[in-house]
Design a binder for this molecule. Structure first.
Ligand SMILES: [Zn+2]
Length: 425
């Protein structure tokens, strides 16, 4: 079987030291070896079937977009506008969402943009089964999560919610893995969230939940009050237990923990409105948070406490969210924003570049339960990305990527196959 040798001036394996003039040997979709180029060239000198790729720039693990909705790629008009808060954004979103869409086309466009940006795996949330097939067709790795929302406990029991969700989940094409996304705690009743956690465990699928995203949500959960609670009551959704009983008296994270929703098989999106105790719970439960700072800014929310997450050692990943709340699907642009925020929040350690690269690669892979991705190491999936860098010094190239990361990859390789190559690179 053919061995492919990918050589680059800088190789950033993640979890192992950077290599100047390095190479990665790949066979049958898996990484065989990672080392200096000359060493690997010698090791494979007698290989009868060897294909060489000489890349310029930095070669690293494919990026993992740990929170997105590629389905909403055709809703960029909402993401390009500025919003003053969750309510105005949600109104703009709902107006466009309810119009005509070809969700498969939209998600397929998002999958292509992802590959173009060096992403090889995604946490994709869908409300439409056709949209779910786009990730499968594009050959991306990751998890497609079926989004569940709008159920009260009574409707769930009367409408056989459990059987319906199981049916919807099974309608998604696989690979990749499929999972459940209970949308958020304000769009699902208390009993339903508990049931979904049980169901996910029973089916052995992962969960991905929007959590601690807005101050509204926080008030809603703690006391059943605030603008979001009022809006639900006005819209005839006052049946939710939290609204009937004056909230849970707890934080979003502590409430989810009480419902059994937090386990290493779950990861959250956003995690903005969390305190030290919430972050401790997340660490104890092994729950990663996908930070999406540019989406937060577009919606008019506060930035995530990335410095605290880093200092306290929480598992973190990076997500772009969808084009309906973000200017682009470039993961590096969110990494650059996290770098800026971490410094502004007082994180002064010299490991910031490396830690953010980790979050964007293996951090995301772990959040999605992909044990054999996110690093360049023998035996792992051959998911690689190449980015042009001005510098060929590994530390300088890493700093360049993290602080001003290129939005278009020179190449993106998934399971050993070149899925994107920039004609200009
Ligand atoms: Zn989202």
């Amino acid at each position: 079987m053919t061995v492919e040798l990918h050589r680059a001036p800088v190789v950033l394996p993640v979890g192992a030291p950077p290599i100047a003039d390095g190479a990665v040997a790949v066979r049958a979709g898996r990484i065989l070896a990672v080392a200096g180029h000359d060493e690997l060239a010698r090791a494979f000198a007698d290989e009868t079937s060897l294909t060489r790729h000489e890349w310029r720039g930095a070669l690293l693990p494919g990026l993992v977009n740990a929170h997105t909705h590629l389905q909403y790629t055709d809703m960029a008009a909402v993401g390009q506008a500025a919003h003053s808060g969750f309510e105005t954004w949600m109104q703009a979103f709902m107006e466009l969402y309810e119009g005509e869409h070809d969700w498969l086309d939209s998600a397929a466009a998002g999958a292509l943009l992802s590959l173009r940006g060096g992403v090889s795996a995604v946490a994709e949330i869908v409300t439409d089964p056709d949209a779910g097939s786009a990730v499968h067709r594009a050959g991306l790795h990751g998890v497609v999560y079926w989004e569940v929302l709008g159920w009260t406990d009574a409707a769930w029991a009367a409408g056989d919610g459990r059987a319906r969700v199981v049916e919807q989940l099974r309608a998604l094409p696989s690979p990749p893995e499929t999972g459940l996304s209970p949308h958020a705690i304000y769009s699902l009743d208390t009993g339903v969230l508990r049931e979904l956690a049980d169901l996910a465990a029973e089916l052995g699928v992962r969960q991905h939940i929007h959590a601690a995203e807005s101050a509204w949500e926080d008030a809603y959960v703690r006391t059943g009050t605030g603008d979001l609670a009022d809006r639900w009551r006005r819209n005839g959704r006052g049946d939710f237990a939290l609204l009937q009983h004056g909230g849970s008296g707890r934080s979003v994270i502590s409430y989810l923990d009480d419902l059994g929703a937090l386990s290493p098989a779950t990861h959250l999106a956003h995690g903005i409105y969390v305190d030290a105790e919430d972050r401790r719970i997340l660490r104890d439960r092994g729950v990663a948070v996908a930070l999406c700072p540019r989406s937060n800014a577009v919606i008019g929310l506060d930035p995530p406490p990335v410095a605290a997450y880093l200092r306290e050692g929480n598992p973190i990943a990076v997500g772009t969210d969808s084009l309906s709340s973000s200017p682009s699907l470039s993961l590096w642009e969110d990494v650059a924003e996290l770098h800026r925020l971490a410094r502004a929040q007082g994180y002064g350690e010299p490991d910031l570049h490396a830690r953010l690269l980790t979050a964007a690669t293996v951090g995301g892979a772990r959040a999605l339960g992909l044990d054999d991705a996110g690093v360049l190491a023998p035996g792992t999936r051959a998911d690689l990305a190449v980015f042009q860098t001005a510098s060929t010094d590994p530390a300088a190239a890493l700093a360049e990527l993290v602080e001003t990361g290129p939005t278009v990859a020179a190449a993106t390789i998934v399971a050993g196959r070149i899925r994107w190559q920039d004609a200009d690179a």
